[in-house]
Each structure stands twice: as structure tokens, then as C-alpha cells.
Design a binder for this molecule. Structure first.
Ligand code: CA
Length: 361
């Protein structure tokens, strides 16, 4: 997209003034120009964890720039609907967006590897791949045709497998199951004989309570407790095979990004990293508390049988291999992802995993 189209797309006078003035001093180090941007998110306003994380990001940028750069945060639906974030930032109607890359698999199947795939990498491995394994460079290559510059900005850590009203003892128990589970996890459930559905956050609880769905996954104890899911289902299964460590994203319109002076670029990048630490730390602390409350409420917290996980993993690889065979870009991203994961696992198993296993000693 040409720069003038982007400017035209911005529309608002204040944002236009900020962008045109910033253009004149590209690649300078510091300036006194003020930059006022908007960020649209895929989360409900002030949504605990993900949404409040974006508020934190905006605050870091404002404070580190001593007020030279301000970011106004809009939750889903406040300016545009959640699923229009990618297009709005791509077209330049707003400068920034926050979400998760697997929401955009309709744009390219390659996007979802930069958020999470079933049986994929956890938060530590994702961060290592992003920053030291070529992940972020690949991600920028995938988003570049859409005029977007992505930066990792948060991670929920491993999720929970979901809420069920019957036990899952074999793969057969998933047959005929209507479950809210989006993305590649949903496709895997479909191949196991289930019916995946996608629902907006606001409808998940009622759908489960009234039995219009049999099961749902959402995030983890902190977010799930807030939604009241423990009062609508008896069994809470782990692990979240479908989302082992979803990276959240800050996406920036490339023309807007290029208009920033170098110091503001650095401030935005570092603020995203700081936010990532903040979000994962908050999830670790709050999930631990929420899990205790969920257990105390009488919920039966259970592990999926290994045989079920093994079958779901086999189906996952079937899905990924089909996507990779159909699209050279998916093949490239998957190769990088898979190689890094296998490489990292050799170390993880004798470090983090080995220490966690001493818990029961
Ligand atoms: Ca989820």
C-alpha cells in the first residue's frame, strides 16, 4: 500500500497531523514531536489478562516516551469488531492492533504457527524461537504482504483442555461431542468425530449451561473462573493440548511504523517485551489462585488419558502435513517451527521438565 493511501485511510485530523509530522523526521534519533496512535484489540474492553495487558502496554509506551507517544486503547466492538482488527490495521484505518495470529488463518494458514498450534511449543520455547530461532523474522515475512509489522506481545502460557459434563476415557468419547474449540484444535476434534463450534466470549457460559454445547475450552483457571464455567460443567481436563503457549501479538501498520523516529520504535519494541513478561507473570500467579478456587468448588480436575492425547496428536500432524503440502509458505514456517521445537525439547526434558518432576519426591 502506498503511503498516501494509508494517510487517506487514517481519516482523523489529529492522527493525520501526527503521522505527517513524523514522516519528515524518519530515522532521526529523538524529537519532540507528539505521536497519538490508536490500538484496536480482539479482547472485550479491559478483559482480565489479555485486555488489561494492552492497557499496560499503552502505559509503558506513554511513560517511557515521557508522554511524546500516546496510545488510545479500544476493546473489541468499541471502534471495530474483534475479527476486523487485522484488516483495519492492514489498511491503515488504525495504526496498531492486538490479538493472536491464529485468528487470521483465513488470510494465510501460516499465521497460526506464530500464536499456537496443538501439541506445539510452550511459552519458553515460543519466546526462544521468536527471538533466537528466526521466528519473528519469519513472522514479519508472512505479515509483510499485508502491510503489517508484528511484535510478540504477551502469552497466556499453556491453557486448559476444557470443561466437560462427562468423562473422556477414550477417543470414542469425543465422537458426537459439540464443543466450543476454535482453530486447528477444532479441526482435530472434527477428525476425531466431534463437532467444533466457535462462539463469542459472551455466549460461552450460557451455551454450556443450557446444553446447546456439550463442552468448551476457553483459556485457563483465571479466565475460566471469571466466566463461571465451573458452575456449568463437572469435569475440567488438562493439559490444553490445543494451545500449549499462545503468543499474543501487537501488529503495526508498516507505514505508521516507518514514520516513527528510531527512539519511539525502540520504546514500542521494548514495551511489548515488558508487557510479555507482565502478562505471563500475571497468568502464572492468577491461574494458581483460581485453580485452588475451582478445586474447592468441587470441580473434578482430570488429566486426559495418554491414549487420547496420543490420538489427538496423530490427527494434529495429519492436519499440519496437509496444510504444508498445499502451501509452500506453511511448509517453510512449519519446518522452522518443528525443527526448533525438537531441538529445544532435548534441553527442556532434562531441565524444566526434570525439575517439575521432583515435585512429587
Ligand atoms: Ca483457548
Amino acid at each position: 500500500m502506498k503511503r498516501r493511501d494509508f494517510i487517506a485511510g487514517i481519516g482523523s485530523g489529529a492522527a493525520l497531523a501526527a503521522c505527517t509530522s513524523a514522516t519528515d523526521q524518519q530515522s532521526t534519533t529523538a524529537s519532540t514531536e507528539r505521536v497519538n496512535w490508536r490500538i484496536v484489540t480482539t479482547w472485550p474492553p479491559n478483559f482480565p489478562g489479555q485486555g488489561t495487558g494492552v492497557n499496560t502496554l499503552a502505559r509503558y509506551i506513554n511513560e517511557l516516551s515521557a508522554g511524546r507517544m500516546t496510545i488510545q486503547v479500544y476493546g473489541a466492538g468499541e471502534l471495530i469488531p474483534a475479527y476486523e482488527v487485522f484488516d483495519a490495521v492492514s489498511q491503515g484505518s488504525v495504526e496498531m492492533g492486538h490479538g493472536a495470529a491464529y485468528y487470521w488463518r483465513g488470510k494465510s494458514e501460516a499465521t497460526q504457527f506464530f500464536a499456537s498450534i496443538p501439541f506445539g511449543m510452550n511459552v519458553h520455547e515460543m519466546n526462544a524461537w521468536m527471538y533466537y530461532g528466526g521466528g519473528v523474522e519469519l513472522w514479519r515475512e508472512v505479515y509483510e504482504p499485508f502491510n503489517l509489522y508484528p511484535i510478540p506481545a504477551g502469552n497466556t502460557g499453556v491453557q486448559m483442555g476444557g470443561w466437560f459434563n462427562k468423562t473422556i476415557d477414550t477417543l470414542e468419547d469425543l465422537r458426537g461431542l459439540k464443543m466450543r474449540i476454535p482453530g486447528m484444535g477444532g479441526e482435530v476434534l472434527r477428525r476425531a468425530g466431534g463437532t467444533p463450534v466457535n462462539l463469542p466470549i459472551s455466549e460461552i457460559f450460557t451455551a454450556l449451561q443450557t446444553g446447546s454445547i456439550d463442552a468448551t475450552e476457553w483459556v485457563g483457571p483465571y479466565n475460566d473462573l471469571a466466566l463461571g464455567l465451573h458452575t456449568a460443567a463437572q469435569y475440567y481436563y488438562y493439559p490444553g493440548w490445543q494451545e500449549p503457549g499462545p503468543t499474543l501479538e501487537c501488529m503495526i501498520n508498516i507505514d505508521a511504523w516507518n514514520s516513527l523516529p528510531d527512539d519511539l520504535k525502540a520504546i514500542v519494541s521494548v514495551s511489548c517485551q515488558a508487557m510479555s513478561l507482565d502478562v505471563i507473570s500475571e497468568f502464572m500467579a492468577r491461574n494458581a489462585n483460581a485453580l485452588e478456587q475451582i478445586r474447592a468448588s468441587g470441580t473434578d480436575v482430570r488429566e486426559f488419558p495418554r491414549e487420547v492425547l496420543s490420538e489427538l496428536k496423530r490427527l494434529t500432524y495429519e492436519v499440519i502435513n496437509e496444510l504444508a503440502a498445499a502451501d509452500p509458505l506453511v511448509e517453510r514456517v512449519w519446518t522452522s517451527y518443528r525443527d526448533f521445537m525438537m531441538h529445544a525439547r532435548g534441553w527442556q526434558l532434562i531441565s524444566e521438565q526434570a525439575i517439575l518432576e521432583t515435585t512429587s519426591l
